[in-house]
Ligand binder design. Sequence first.
Ligand SMILES: [Zn+2]
Length: 188
Amino acid sequence: MTVLDVVVWPAKVLETKASDVTVFDDAFRKFVADMHETMKASGGIGLAANQVGDLRRVLTIEIPFGDNRYEEGEVEEETREWWHNKKFTFVNPVITKKAGKMKYQEGCLSFPEIYDFVDRASEVWIEAKDEFGKTFEIHATGLMAVCLQHEIDHIDGIVFINRMSRLKNNMIRKKIMRRGQLSTPEPV
Ligand SMILES: [Zn+2]
């Protein structure tokens, strides 16, 4: 397996809508395995294909038990859910239903050092295919639901700062652009 390079914003591929996967062959499954490897190596709990520069509708998720640290308000003792410590691959995922509301302090491998609260549904129902093209459905809650919404946004070309207030979105964009300028080497 190969650890791929994670693309950081403002790369254009992060704000480009991805296309459905139509070919489920060994090369595709190798790519999915590389995505899992990349996600793990980068310390992420979710990864969308456009974050490694690929415009296919694929995402990987693996949420370790004990990672639920950023929920707003009273943090209850975390309960072990069925989706903890499991490797998930979602190909061409569609949200068929949403319910409830929650706020979670999200981070993103494509936005190093940016963490902020985003409004999300607390429950989602998803229909997707696995890496062999087989259709499955899941009902996700809590952090799994947040992660799915964040990653499905990615393949729609929506980055999480676009889900924040306009003011905050602009502030973060400017901050990153400024940081980019600062890290540009001085001409000699
Ligand atoms: Zn992200």
